[in-house]
Design a protein around this ligand. Structure first.
Ligand SMILES: [Zn+2]
Length: 313
């Protein structure tokens, strides 16, 4: 009836008590970056879980789902995460089982988002879909026959690092031209800076912002307010993303593609060019068979619901 969803981020860890129908009954959080010892960190999370359960009169949970950076579904371990203080291999199920004896399922945040959509969101009745999450990077989760594709090592679905533009923008992975360097929140800021440099006579709202302080939300808000430069940024972003979605369709033949994350909140200024580019670049054999949707998970609980949904995997 109830499960726990835990979203581990570099700064914060969010913990939620989730009912079978996707209602997040109660939440708690911890500052991830204040911990250097993973066993103390997990012990404190378990104390919070027990408090959430007793405060809500819940005596038993079915499982604990965890979305973690570099989280490996097969091993349950966080493996050499670059943005956490915990170095090396962290065996989460082993650490949790010292305190709470229920199944513990681990994956990365994009895979968790895909499962959240499948179990609680807009993909409830679907068999095949792809989730793209736009944030600091771009993640993806591929669902085929209602199962997440994990691949040989657990690393399947890293479409953010599929190369979109050969020899394009440098990526954190060490290569050039990856999708995420163009369509992540950071990529949107890079495009904005490029356009600002190329348009010296522009004097709209974004010209008043120190380029280092730019955020994709500022660009999205300016685009929604009708600023031509910001609109152009989203037209370019949507064009690039549409190509990536069309390529994803050729890969797994989904019924739908879902988009989630901060930049998606810009709404139609992003979604209209995405759909146009998607339609333009989709191979004709898929015409009319694939829809592009915005995630239906509630913004504030999406990450917790995704993690909790892993327990239904
Ligand atoms: Zn890359």
């Amino acid at each position: 009836m109830y499960s726990i969803g835990i979203d581990i981020g570099g700064t914060n860890t969010d913990i939620g008590l989730v009912r079978f129908d996707g209602l997040c009954l109660a939440k708690s959080n911890l500052p991830t970056n204040k911990y250097n010892d993973a066993s103390i960190y997990v012990s404190d999370i378990c104390t919070r879980i027990k408090a959430l359960m007793s405060e809500n009169g819940i005596e038993a949970i079915d499982g604990i789902g965890i979305a973690a950076p570099a989280g490996n579904y097969y091993t349950g371990c966080i493996e050499n995460a670059t943005n956490l203080n915990f170095k090396g291999i962290i065996d989460l199920p082993k650490l949790f089982h010292e305190h709470i004896d229920v199944p513990v399922v681990v994956s990365n945040d994009a895979n968790a988002a895909a499962y959240g959509e499948l179990v609680y969101g807009g993909a409830k009745g679907m068999r095949h879909f792809v989730m793209f999450t736009l944030g600091t990077g771009v993640g993806s989760g591929i669902v085929v026959d209602r199962k997440l594709v994990h691949g040989k090592t657990g690393g399947a679905g890293e479409l953010g690092h599929a190369i979109l533009i050969p020899e394009g923008r440098p990526c954190g992975c060490g290569r050039k031209g990856c999708l995420e360097t163009y369509t992540s929140a950071v990529g949107i800021c890079r495009t904005t800076k490029e356009l600002l440099e190329a348009t010296p006579d522009y004097d709209g709202p974004l010209s008043k912002v120190n380029p280092d302080d730019l955020t994709s939300k500022m660009v999205g808000d300016s685009a929604k307010a009708g600023d031509p430069l910001a609109i152009k940024v989203f037209e370019k972003t949507g064009y690039w993303l549409g190509i990536a979605l069309a390529n994803a369709v050729a890969f797994s033949g989904p019924e739908a593609i879902f988009l989630m994350g901060g930049p998606v909140k810009a709404g139609e200024v992003l979604m209209k060019p995405v759909r146009e580019s998607f339609k333009k670049h989709l191979c004709f054999v898929y015409d009319g068979s694939v829809e592009v949707h915005v995630s239906e998970l509630p913004d504030n609980d999406a990450a917790i619901l995704g993690a909790a949904a892993l327990t239904k995997a």
